[in-house]
Design a protein around this ligand. Sequence first.
Ligand code: ADP
Length: 488
Amino acid sequence: MKDALIAIDQGTTGTTVLVLDRQLRLLGRSYREIPQHYPQPGWVSHDPESIWSSVLDGCREALENANREASQVAGIGLTNQRETSLFWERSSGRPLGPAIVWQCRRSAEIAERWRNENGDDIYQRTGLVADAYFSASKIAWWLENHPEHREAARNGEIAFGTVDCFLLQRLCGVHRMEISNASRTMLFNLKGHWDETLLDRFGIPAAILPEVVESVGHLGTVKAEWLGCEIPVMGIAGDQQAALFGQACFQPGEGKNTYGTGCFLMMQCGDRPVLSKHKLLSTIAWKIGGKISYGLEGSVFSAGSAVQWLRDGLGLLMKASESEEMARQVESSEGVVFVPAFTGLGAPYWDSQARGALFGVTRGSGRAHVVRAVLESVAFQVRDVVEAMASDLGSRPVRLKVDGGMSANNWLMQFQADQLGVTVERPKVVESTAFGAAALAALGLGWLSRPEELLSLREVDREFAPQTCDPAGYALWKRAVERSLAWL
Ligand code: ADP
C-alpha cells in the first residue's frame, strides 16, 4: 500500500529528507551536509553533483530509517534554497559550472547598475529590490563571463534552473520550475509570467528558461532508476514559501517567522500582491488550482548569530540556550540596547554601512543586561519588519507563527508577543519548511482535500499571549538604530 510520502528540503547548508505517513507523522529522516565553496571573497558556490547526491542518497537513507520501500511512497514534496542558479547542457543534463548560491555577491555590480537605472520598474514588475541575491544578475554575470556559451544559450542548447528545476531535471528528466521559485528569479512578474521586457533589458535569452508549473499537482515523475520505482512529484515551493504553507498561514494577515541565524518573516497577503512602501519584498507564495497567493517578505540578517557571538565572540554563554535563564535574572536591561548590525541591517533599513553597537552602558551594567539586550534586539528587529508589514497591509497581523532553532527560547517568544501585541504560536514540529513540502504533496495526492485541513494535522506546542509592554524599550531601540546607520 502506498501510505507514505517523501519530503525533500534542499537547503543552503544541507539536505533534510523526511518520510511521513498519511497524517504527516514522521516515520524516518536523514540529513546530509553539502560543502560550501568560497572561490573569492564574497563568492559562494555549490557543486551541483553534491546537491544531487545529497538528495538521492538522502532519500534512500530516509526510506531505510523509516523502514519503507520506495514502492510504498505515494508521492514526493520538494522545497529548496531559493535564487541559487545553475546551468546545464540541455542534451546531456551536464552542469556547465558550479551553482551560484543566493548569498554570492559576484554579480553585485550588475545588480547595482540595474537598480540605479530601473530599480522602481523592476520592483513594480517583480516585487523584488534589484540585488545580486536574485537569479537574474547571476545569469547575466554568467553569460557575460562565458562568451563561449552565449550562442548556445540563444539556440536553446543551454538550460538555466533554480535548485527545484535542477532536481526536477535530474529526477524526472523535465525542464520545469515551480512558480514561487520562478518569482525569485527577478525575471518573472507578479502577474505570473516570464517578463519579456526584463529579459530583453537584461539580455537574457528566453530559450534558456524552463516551463513554469503550479506548486501542487503532478509536476514530474521520478525515474525508476533512482529509487527503484517511479514516484510522482506532487508539490514544490521555495523554502520560505513552504514554511508559510507548513505553518498553515492561509488567511491574509497570518504570518510566520523563522528564527535561525537570521530571521525570515513572511506574511500571507491573499490573492493580490502588496507592493511595499517600506522596502519589503512582494512575492508569489504559491499557485494552487489556478489561483496565485501572494506573500510579503522581510529578512533580518542577524538573530541567532548574535547569540552565537555572545557565546563564541565574548564567551558570555556556554550554550545558546543559557541566554533564556540569564535574561530572566534581571528585571529589565536597565537601558542597555544592542544593535546587531554585524553585516549591516536588513529589512526595513537595508543599510550595508550600519555596524553593531551597544548603547546605554553604565558601571552597573552586567552580563545579564547585555545578554538580555541581545535577545531584545532580535524581537525589536522582528517588530520593525512586522510594523512595516502592518503599514503596507493596512492592518496588524492576527498572529505570528514561529519556527527555527531560536524559537525554543520561551523568554524571547513571550517578549516578542508583548512587543507585537499579537499571539505568538509555536508548533510542535519546528521544521516547518520540510513539513510544508510534505503538506503540498499531501494536497496534491488528495490526502488533504484543501489546505485548511492542515490545521487539524498541525500540533501547537505553545501559545504566547501578549501581556503589557513598556513602550520605552522600543523607543530606545529606534534611537539606537538611528545612530548605527551609515556608520562606515
Ligand atoms: P540555521 O538554520 O540558520 O542554521 P537554526 O534554526 O538551527 O539556524 O537555529 C540556530 C540558531 O539559533 C543559532 O544561531 C543559535 O545561536 C540560536 N539558538 C538556538 N537555541 C537557542 C536558544 N534556546 N536561545 C537563543 N538562541 C538560540
